[in-house]
Design a protein around this ligand. Structure first.
Ligand code: FES
Length: 164
């Protein structure tokens, strides 16, 4: 079999000159750094917003809560308390020691913290440390439609109650 001429073989190869090769490398570097700089600039210009759940929200109607009950809303980290006489109050379910979610311990009639053993009375006063402060109370009102509305942005005194 006869070999093809050398010139024909050379035609099939892609041949770069040194200049073309260096141009390609330089252009690639410019594109990569330009894309990186554009990304950083866009990130800098975009607003740095932290989305938080609303502080004011509905928690149902008074009929949803039986008298003499303590209801934990774990998602919103609050207790809705309905006393035997029918009035309401709302308090934080976040332990004032290191911020664990507390729970209602019905057999002791206390709010308990699972982390370091703090106990709170139904009104939020510290019964057993290490919690340094009582659980704060939040404003609870009734809207025009007869729904209970809690506002975690409004801390009220511990003798604040909602009569319905
Ligand atoms: Fe509740 Fe420590 S976080 S007792």
């Amino acid at each position: 079999m006869k070999d093809k001429p050398k010139e024909e073989k050379a035609d099939k190869k892609i041949v770069f000159s040194r200049r073309e090769f260096l141009n390609a490398i330089g252009t690639s570097a410019l594109v990569v750094s330009g894309v990186g700089a554009a990304g950083v600039t866009l990130d800098y210009l975009s607003p740095n917003i932290l989305f938080e759940p609303p502080l004011k929200f509905k928690v149902g109607t008074p009929e949803d809560y039986s008298p003499d009950t303590v209801t934990l809303d774990a998602e919103r980290q609050i207790f809705i308390v309905r006393e035997e006489q029918g009035y309401f109050y709302c308090l934080s379910a976040i332990c004032t020691h290191l911020g664990c979610l507390t729970f209602w311990k019905g057999d002791e009639s206390l709010i308990a913290c699972p982390c370091h053993g703090s106990r709170f009375a139904k009104h939020g006063q510290v019964v057993r440390p290490p919690a340094p402060r009582p659980l704060p109370h939040f404003q609870i009102t009734l809207n025009d439609r007869g729904e209970l509305v809690v506002d975690k942005g409004e801390i009220v005194s511990e003798d604040y109650i909602l009569k319905v």
